[in-house]
Unconditional design. Structure first.
Length: 224
């Protein structure tokens, strides 16, 4: 069963723009004129506007649906010792109740401020409901996923996994083509959250592109 959705959203350039001023300063006057705001030093912590994820109309199809067996794929991550490791969808889900959710990109506003933190906050409740695995997937490399994890202060509440080549994302038909964006996102994953039991999809909350309406931790808790 294929689900077809139409996306007509895009990234707001204003959300990612920064003022650039060119000023000639002598080395003598540099220290007296240069002032760094605490707000600038904490830019990565500021509240940003949500990013609409498309400017063009694109017909997309998802090949995964409720009742389907998840295809296997290899994902990567850094362990607590800083060693690069790999895991597979089958090892994450076989004989287990697993929640997998995907984001369009690490460090992007909605993903950093709402989607991922929501699952971190509700991880204990999810596990109390019998969930064995909670994993966040993104088409980012493992180095970016590690930096994102450290930036948000995440411990072991949620696994942050790199689907760097989009292998799993492509297999389930959830690619999100943002190559028309000047910010250079390329092909990423649509936002979703799914519940699988023994590798079989029981719940699939698949968003339109990067929208965030019903793929949060609270939405998964409601169906457990």
């Amino acid at each position: 069963m294929a689900a077809s959705l139409t996306i007509s959203r895009f990234l707001s350039p204003a959300a990612l723009s920064f003022p650039i001023n060119t000023t000639k300063l002598s080395s003598k006057s540099l220290s007296s004129r240069l002032s760094i705001s605490p707000l600038f030093l904490n830019l990565h912590r500021r509240t940003s506007k949500p990013i609409p994820f498309s400017t063009k109309t694109t017909q997309i199809s998802a090949t995964i649906s409720v009742g389907d067996k998840l295809p296997d794929a290899t994902l990567s991550y850094f362990d607590s010792d800083g060693e690069l490791q790999t895991t597979t969808i089958s090892s994450l889900t076989s004989g287990k109740k697993a929640v997998l959710f995907a984001v369009p990109g690490a460090f992007t506003p909605t993903c950093s401020q709402k989607h991922l933190p929501g699952f971190v906050e509700k991880s204990a409740e999810l596990k109390a409901k019998g969930v064995d695995t909670i994993a966040c997937l993104s088409v980012n490399d493992a180095f970016v996923m590690r930096a994102w994890k450290e930036n948000l202060g995440i411990k072991d509440e949620v696994l942050l996994l790199s689907d760097g080549n989009g292998e799993f994302t492509k297999k389930i038909g959830c690619e999100l083509d943002l190559s028309d964006k000047p910010v250079g996102l390329g092909v990423r994953s649509r936002r979703y959250a799914l519940l699988a039991e023994d590798g079989v999809v029981k719940v699939l909350n698949l968003e339109e592109g990067g929208a965030f309406t019903f793929s949060g931790a609270e939405d998964i808790l409601k169906v457990l």
